[in-house]
Structures are given as structure tokens and as C-alpha cells.
Design a protein around this ligand. Sequence first.
Ligand code: NAD
Ligand code: MG
Ligand code: MG
Ligand code: MG
Ligand code: MG
Ligand code: MG
Length: 332
Amino acid sequence: MKIYYEKDAPLAPLEGRTVAVIGYGSQGHAHAQNLRDSGIQVVVGQRPGSPNYDLAVAHGFQPVSAAEAAAQADAVMVLVPDHVQGALYREAIAPNLKAGDMLLFSHGFNIHFGQIVPPADVDVAMVAPKGPGHLVRREYERGAGVPCLVAVHQDATGQALARALAYGNGIGGARAGILETTFREETETDLFGEQAVLCGGVSALIKAGFETLVAAGYQPEIAYFECCHELKLIVDLIYEGGLSRMRYSISDTAEYGDLTRGRRIITEETKREMRRILDEIQTGAFAKEWMLENQVNRPSFNALRQLEKEHPIEEVGGRLRGMMSWLKKEQA
Ligand code: NAD
Ligand code: MG
Ligand code: MG
Ligand code: MG
Ligand code: MG
Ligand code: MG
């Protein structure tokens, strides 16, 4: 794997140029401030009337419309939610691109699945921090950085990679390392990870464990602690030192249960289903389903969201978390 560090990622390709950061959300607020602190000229595109507009003002920016930001800039980083990027690109960004400009993303979805098709005379690249925006900002302020992915989709100027690396360095990523990938690899693995493991897999596992205990007559409060609450402890250990650190830290009884029972939960059948989920991603079937779902105002998404909100684990969890004074007040 190719990894770039600060010496491989000089800021020069972006010096004297203006970078538009469109969307002042989780990623946007971090990119815009880090680039500015790195000495790069930044213009923020964010709709007035939104809390993030006020935040950008509080941070010393003078936000303009996405179209205005794109018009002023030589490089445009698109950091609005993925499902609105296509429309925003067509309305506000495309009319303001000139030959030799660069279009940047932090996730490959819209380019890889053809929701955005840029003209041939602009560079198209990705700089994707492997962490949420607040971490990207915090690490930068500490003099460190969050590892990033870089990929080039289209190199119109011969400078696309150098400019993307300069951007990655400007947000602090080169201090940690910038790993080279492709739009296809980033997009497909990101979707697979969130569907099969991180979000879909984990929430299904938690619910299945909780439901099994409650159906067997155990108190839901106890089931919540054992199948949900304690997950954080385990994940923190894995995050710090991998599966071996987690296993070192748990009791031998827990470790023996892990080693002998885990494979009965995630079976060959589960893996076959994972493979089918990956196929739906690779063929574009998932992307098409999600884009159509948005076009018809999200009927399935909204219904499923509501069903999940009404799951008993949410009710009991809400009550128990209310007893935990160290937790931040829950959002609705
Ligand atoms: P976000 O939802 O936190 O912020 C989006 C911002 O865009 C908000 O300020 C919102 O007001 C603004 N916005 C929404 N619709 C708009 C419109 N039509 N016109 C102008 N502004 C609009 O988004 P985010 O999580 O920062 O995600 C941005 C991109 O970064 C996405 O491509 C995402 O996949 C990627 N990404 C996110 C993370 C993360 O941890 N959040 C990590 C890596 C990559
Ligand atoms: Mg422009
Ligand atoms: Mg991801
Ligand atoms: Mg994702
Ligand atoms: Mg226990
Ligand atoms: Mg142990």
C-alpha cells in the first residue's frame, strides 16, 4: 500500500489558489479551519439560516452560497450529505467550474456510481479522513492529524495527485499518513463495512441478543446491560489494541466462550449473506435502491426508522441511560 507523509505532500500546488469548502458540517468545519490555519485561502459555502452558517461566522468565515464559493475557487471540496450532492453539483457547482479546476470529495459514492459526472477538463480526487470531523480538527490543533485516504478519479492537469496530497496535508492528514486507494475501493468497502459490520451487523447482533434474553424471561434492564451497554468497553479495547488486547483483558471464561461460541453466531451462512450484500454494492443495485428511495421521499427509510425507534431496547435503554449522570443528555 502506498502511503504519503508530509515530505511527499507539499502545500505548494494549492498556494495562491482558493479552496471552496461546501457544507460546514462534521467534515466541513474541520477541513475549512485546518486549511486556513495551514495558510491556504478558504471560502466556505453554506446556506444562511442554518446553525452551521452561524458556526462558520463564529469561526471567522464569511460564508457564501455554494454557487458563489465554487465561482471564487480553483478547488471545490463537496462536503454536503451524499444524497444531496448530485443536485447541488448540477445547480451550483457545475456552472462555476472552469478548465483546470479541481473537484474534491471525502467519499466516493457520487462519482463512483455516476451521480456526478464532471467535465473532462477538471481534476477529480478524493481526500477522506478516517475519522469524524471533530477529531480531524482536534488532532490538527494538537499538531497531529487523522490518517486520510487519497484517490484520483480524473487527472486533467497532470497535477491531480499532487494537489489532492496538498489538500490532505493542509487538513493535517499527512502528519499521520495518507493512504492511496481508488474511488471504487473506498466506496464499496465503506458501504460494506457500515452495512455488514459497523451499523447493520452490530445493531442486529445487539437486538438479537437482547430479544433472546428477554424472551427467555430475563429482565430487559439486565439484558440491555449485557448485550448493549457493555459493548463500548469491548470496542474500546479492540480499538486500542486489536482483538488480542480485548482477549487479554477479559476473563478466561469470557475468552473461552468467545473462542468456542462466536463462530456459531457468525456462520458460513452469514458469510454467504455478506457476500450477497457486497454483490448488491458492487453491481450498483444498492446505490440505485437508495437513490430511488430518496426520489420518492424515503417511504421505506422512514417506516423502518420508526419501527426501530419503537423497539423495546430503546425504551429500556433510555431509562437506564437516564441513571448514568456521566452521559451527555440524550438527543431526541
Ligand atoms: P454533515 O451532515 O455533517 O454536514 C453537511 C453540511 O452540508 C451541513 O452544514 C448542512 O447544513 C449542509 N448542507 C446540507 N444540504 C445542503 C445544500 N443543499 N446546500 C448547501 N449546504 C447543504 O455532513 P458530513 O458528515 O460532514 O459529510 C460530508 C461528506 O463527508 C460526505 O461525503 C460524507 O460521506 C463524508 N465523510 C463524513 C465523515 C464523518 O465522519 N461525518 C467521515 C468521512 C467522510
Ligand atoms: Mg471555479
Ligand atoms: Mg466508512
Ligand atoms: Mg459511509
Ligand atoms: Mg458480563
Ligand atoms: Mg484474558
